[in-house]
Design a protein around this ligand. Structure first.
Ligand code: FAD
Length: 406
């Protein structure tokens, strides 16, 4: 009998399958992954994988061996200045076309069934108590299991089946691959450009390797948040914004293949499952501040796979998934980033931006976090102190502004 059906074969779904198999060996054939596309399949993504993702995969014996660009640090441009920090290898830039296909091949190698070209259309709960089942209906067949994982990304069908809101933190993202130009940062750095304050987001330049050719992936991230982000004001036009930035770099957006997509940010008060279905990765929500989601998808997958092993052994209940996430390192990280997104892209931005580039501590801490490296207390203390100071300054400026306005 099938124990688990996983909807979606991106990093979150594939890692869930691998982690469950690692925690409960010998039952791989009872796990099914349904993927609507066929590998190798494209996924719009700049492909920067934090080393903490690769390190976590290594804990379940998985190594994704694909070409990429090693990354040793970050550069951050804001408030007319720039800060750079290098902290040893903190990750790599891969092509999702290759990365996801290699991960899926590893899943198959372990005896787990991956059904490609299977587009899930609906999920139907039937029965009660211990005999309850979920029918997962695809365009060609019905798969039945006691538990289902929704790992089907930003447009998640599983999420809709749970009756959850489409997105209260939805980002629009546009990216292109171009040749390198004079002024690009060294190829071991991820560059974030926060200078355009009309964006609730940023531009990026990441080194990338496309069919062996060293190129630069450039893009723009714009967060829209509210009770129904998808229906809120449209925000700045991303094509003209990115076009203007490329023009300033001596490039033409018209000469580039544009890839446009959305991302779902994590919102802590929202449910991420019920007694039969668990959401992971972008179906649940990833970092809304930067839109980073690959390492989070892997973290979700490892946590969910281990949790499901306990559920299937009768040692935990699936409805406890929300609590499991909340008390995990990933849950704490997502809550912090969700709050940060609201503060940073709100009216405290000038002070917080000035804080970010007032020294090296913020970019150093960000770089270490991305790489899964241990933080040193003095850097963290400095960041905490700077945030406190920035917040105080924001409050004082707020008072001054309102007095001036009277
Ligand atoms: C332009 C852009 C740039 C980005 N850059 C980065 C970056 O540099 N670093 C980073 O960490 N993150 C980045 N992200 C975020 C990252 O791509 C995602 O957060 C990550 O892919 C989430 O993984 P996932 O497995 O949850 O979902 P996905 O990778 O979206 O996988 C979902 C899978 O489900 C399948 N699926 C969907 N619907 C169905 C269905 N109905 N039936 C069956 N299968 C289905 C899809 O085909 C897909 O394979 C970027 C995102 C965008 C849009």
């Amino acid at each position: 009998m099938t124990d688990l059906v996983i909807v979606g074969g991106g990093p979150a779904g594939l890692t869930t399958a691998l982690a469950l198999d690692a925690a409960r060996p010998g039952r791989a054939s009872e796990i099914v992954v349904l993927e609507r596309a066929r590998y190798p399949r494209e996924k719009p993504c700049a492909g920067a994988v934090g080393r903490r993702g690769d390190d976590l995969l290594a804990t379940i014996g998985v190594r994704v061996d694909v070409s990429g660009v090693p990354i040793s640090g970050m550069a951050l441009g804001a408030a007319g200045t720039e800060r750079t920090a290098r902290t040893g290898t903190i990750g790599r830039v891969v092509r999702r076309l290759e990365f996801d296909a290699a991960l899926a091949a590893e899943v198959r190698r372990r005896g787990i069934r991956v059904v490609e070209g299977a587009k899930v259309e609906s999920l139907m709960h039937r029965g009660d108590g211990a005999s309850a089942r979920v029918d997962v209906v695809t365009d060609g067949a019905v798969f039945t299991a006691p538990f289902v994982v929704g790992a089907d990304g930003v447009g998640s069908v599983a999420r809709r089946a749970l009756g959850l809101p489409g997105a209260t933190m939805l980002a629009q993202v546009l990216e292109v691959d171009t040749p390198a130009v004079a002024g690009d940062r060294p190829r071991d750095l991820l560059y974030f450009d926060l200078h355009d304050r009309e964006l609730a987001g940023y531009f990026w330049d990441f080194p990338t390797l496309v069919d062996g050719e060293p190129l630069v992936c450039r893009g723009v991230y714009q967060l829209r948040s509210g009770t129904s982000a998808a229906e809120g004001p449209p925000g700045p036009d991303l094509t003209s914004r990115l076009g203007a930035r490329l023009a300033a770099q001596g490039l033409s957006i018209d000469a580039c293949k544009r890839k446009r997509y959305s991302e779902r940010g994590y919102v802590s008060r929202e449910r991420i499952g019920d007694d039969r279905c668990l959401l992971v990765g972008e179906a649940a929500g990833i970092d809304p501040t930067t839109g980073e989601g690959i390492a989070q998808a892997i973290e979700y997958g490892v946590l969910a796979g281990r949790f499901l092993a306990r559920v299937l052994q009768g040692r935990a209940e699936a409805r406890g998934w929300g609590r499991e996430l909340a008390r995990s390192r990933l849950g704490v990280d997502l809550r912090v980033r969700s709050r940060l997104a609201r503060a940073f892209y709100g009216d405290a931005r000038p002070e917080l931006e000035a804080m970010l580039v007032s020294g090296d501590s913020a970019v150093l801490a960000g770089s270490r976090h991305f790489g899964g490296k241990r933080h040193d207390l003095s850097t963290l203390g400095q960041v905490g102190w700077n945030i406190g100071r920035a917040w105080l300054e924001h409050q004082l400026h707020g008072v001054t502004r309102s007095r001036v306005g009277r």
